[in-house]
Design a protein around this ligand. Sequence first.
Ligand SMILES: NC(=O)c1ccc[n+]([C@@H]2O[C@H](COP(=O)([O-])OP(=O)(O)OC[C@H]3O[C@@H](n4cnc5c(N)ncnc54)[C@H](O)[C@@H]3O)[C@@H](O)[C@H]2O)c1
Ligand SMILES: [Zn+2]
Ligand SMILES: [Zn+2]
Length: 373
Amino acid sequence: MPQTVRGVIARSKGAEVEVVDIVVPDPGPGEAVVRVEACGVCHTDLHYREGGINDEFPFLLGHEAAGTVEAVGEGVTDVAPGDFVILNWRAVCGQCRACAKGRPWYCFATHNATQKMTLAEGDPMAGTQLSPALGIGAFIEKTLVAAGQCTKVDREASAAAAGLLGCGVMAGFGAAVNTGGVSRGDSVAVIGCGGVGDAAVAGAALAGATTVIAVDVEDRKLEGARRFGATHTVNSRETDPVEAIRQLTGGHGADVVIEAVGRPETYRQAFYARDLAGTVVLVGVPTPEMEITLPLLDVFGRGGALRSSWYGDCLPSRDFPMLIDLYRQGRFDLDGFVSETIGLEEVEQAFDKMHGGEVLRSVVVLDQKKEQV
Ligand SMILES: NC(=O)c1ccc[n+]([C@@H]2O[C@H](COP(=O)([O-])OP(=O)(O)OC[C@H]3O[C@@H](n4cnc5c(N)ncnc54)[C@H](O)[C@@H]3O)[C@@H](O)[C@H]2O)c1
Ligand SMILES: [Zn+2]
Ligand SMILES: [Zn+2]
């Protein structure tokens, strides 16, 4: 029987988010219904609600989630009811041209649920299909995903912390370790120290970088970055970050600079703050109108690599359990990303706090106990 549960949608461009009733179908072949326990508020959710990603409103927001599998459809063997899982937006197909070349972290045909969740009876738009953010949609009591989007992990971390591996923390960590290829002795600068940037700082430190420079416009964020392993901090509202990064790296610039804001001016800083033959990694997501002009001679003359990082070039089945292991060993402070836990009704306020630079991650925690009574 399809179930009706509460979830958070962005109904139309620019409108504030709403908590509404949503119909979740039973899982069909290859699908799973997951009882969401916690879901982080990522900047990408705000991009969706502002119409910055596409115009396929209404969106079911939320995509950094952990929970328990409630039911699986026909043919699902990798996960079973009761499994604790982190949801991912890279359920690789194994068949597309990227997968065929042995680079599944680029998979161009990732799996999502085939059936759609819809607005429930009583809503002015009843029956309308929802577009789940990043093919997940997890600011909801239960969600329908492709079974491959469920990565089973040990229940070592709280759901609030584990869920963050589902997007921002994995994206930042992987931007440093996978896309940027940070290795022992490297100098690294990270521009933008939100959840994504701090995870890049942590990844760089764990990979053995000896200089890790955190850049942000908020002092609070810079203090936070130290907790994850930054060796130096630069407030780019007060100090020219390109100059500062050069000074801190013997006048050369950093080996790897990670842009975790998604703006032309910070990309330009990243471009000029790296050493010759260094690497820039863009993990921040720009909006459609943003453009950048660079002297082509500088692009050539500075050499190196300009890379973009989609989801930290991760493979969920390889990387989520590894990060949970590092957490269990006390080497990766996953709990440090959770600034506050909130209810489903507080997502709009969480967006405001994001603008104010107050939090790293607000995490929606679903009160499932109440529902079970
Ligand atoms: N590539 C991916 O796969 C992926 C995955 C998740 C998120 N993202 C993107 O990564 C970006 C960061 O996400 P987040 O959740 O950490 O966001 P956030 O809002 O928590 O953090 C952004 C940080 O950038 C800082 N900042 C803003 N303007 C700045 C400037 N001019 N110079 C320096 N710092 C500045 C803010 O103070 C804040 O600390 C977003 O664009 C998000 O959409 C990308
Ligand atoms: Zn593929
Ligand atoms: Zn995200």
